[in-house]
Design a protein around this ligand. Structure first.
Ligand SMILES: *[C@@H]1O[C@H](CO)[C@@H](O)[C@H](O)[C@H]1NC(C)=O
Ligand SMILES: *[C@@H]1O[C@H](CO)[C@@H](O)[C@H](O)[C@H]1NC(C)=O
Ligand SMILES: *[C@@H]1O[C@H](CO)[C@@H](O)[C@H](O)[C@H]1NC(C)=O
Ligand SMILES: *[C@@H]1O[C@H](CO)[C@@H](O)[C@H](O)[C@H]1NC(C)=O
Ligand SMILES: *[C@@H]1O[C@H](CO)[C@@H](O)[C@H](O)[C@H]1NC(C)=O
Ligand SMILES: *[C@@H]1O[C@H](CO)[C@@H](O)[C@H](O)[C@H]1NC(C)=O
Ligand SMILES: *[C@@H]1O[C@H](CO)[C@@H](O)[C@H](O)[C@H]1NC(C)=O
Length: 214
């Protein structure tokens, strides 16, 4: 009983800082395992393979719903029906700011990536929190000349949501821990600041206590 109360508390706070990918529609709900490389713990299977979004041959829209004040963000692609190497950079790393919905209406493919009609691929969105924890999500696509752009209800930027170049403050910031409280407030309740090992040891600890008390 005690253990389940404790773990419920942890997982409730874990969920609050996750993000979802709304276009192309994500492979599946990754909330419980979103820190797992490469696709947030959502493994491709026959069902997810049937639900690919048709995406234009020269690239298309990517929309997601971030929940952090800001996050260092990467968007990559892997070619193939079940790509394991997500090694094509679609968007250079950037600072995605504020929460809500964020959308690039047209992400073009890098030079040399020339998919054919029907080729399959996986798009990976990574968000790194202020403390360096990483969250992963994947969306599976099929390149097609019949792809239709998402509506403005799907592809938009919420008020205040945007992107800016990454600005590293360097060692000064690392030494100066005074503003830690402000910067990290958002992350106090985030998944990524909770190491899964910590969760496990807390669970084991709680179970051990429960066991000792029983
Ligand atoms: C396939 O993966 C999805 C997403 O994780 C999951 O919801 C579904 O149950 C899985 N289906 C099968 C047949 O394993
Ligand atoms: C995709 O690859 C993963 C591991 O690389 C494997 O577990 C999974 O079964 C594969 N899915 C399909 C549909 O081939
Ligand atoms: C398949 O994708 C659509 C959006 O393209 C989504 O609404 C639906 O929930 C997805 N189905 C599954 C089983 O993931
Ligand atoms: C990405 O990975 C694939 C599959 O392993 C490989 O064939 C390809 O050369 C790699 N591309 C880059 C740019 O590293
Ligand atoms: C952004 O986060 C704030 C503070 O948590 C919340 O009040 C607001 O509803 C969020 N906005 C959106 C669009 O999710
Ligand atoms: C959202 O903001 C990004 C970054 O400024 C921008 O590239 C993109 O075009 C915007 N999306 C929309 C739908 O205006
Ligand atoms: C990202 O943008 C936010 C808001 O402007 C800023 O506070 C933060 O320092 C930036 N982070 C990086 C790494 O550029």
């Amino acid at each position: 009983m005690k253990a389940s109360l404790i773990t419920t508390g942890i997982f409730a706070s874990v969920v609050s800082a996750h993000f979802s990918v709304t276009y192309p529609y994500w492979r599946g709900n990754s909330y419980p395992t979103q820190w797992t490389y490469p696709c947030g713990g959502v493994i491709a299977n026959e069902t997810t393979d049937q639900n690919r979004t048709l995406w234009p041959l020269d690239g298309g829209a990517i929309a997601f719903k971030p929940t952090h004040d800001w996050a260092q963000t990467y968007i990559n692609m892997g070619l193939g029906a079940n790509a394991t190497q997500l090694n094509i950079t679609l968007v250079a790393p950037f600072n995605q700011t504020s929460n809500g919905t964020f959308c690039f209406p047209k992400v073009t493919l890098p030079e040399g990536v020339e998919p054919k009609e029907g080729d399959k691929a996986t798009i990976q969105v990574i968000q790194l929190s202020t403390r360096g924890g990483a969250l992963y999500n994947c969306a599976d696509i099929e390149f097609s000349s019949k792809a239709v752009d998402p509506s403005p209800e799907v592809c938009f930027n919420s008020t205040g949501v945007g992107a800016q170049p990454l600005d590293y403050d360097g060692p000064e910031e690392i030494k100066d821990d005074d503003d830690k409280d402000d910067d990290d407030k958002d992350d106090e309740s985030s998944a990524i600041s909770v190491n899964p090992n910590t969760i496990i040891s807390v669970m084991l600890g709680a179970l051990a206590v429960a066991g000792l008390m029983a």
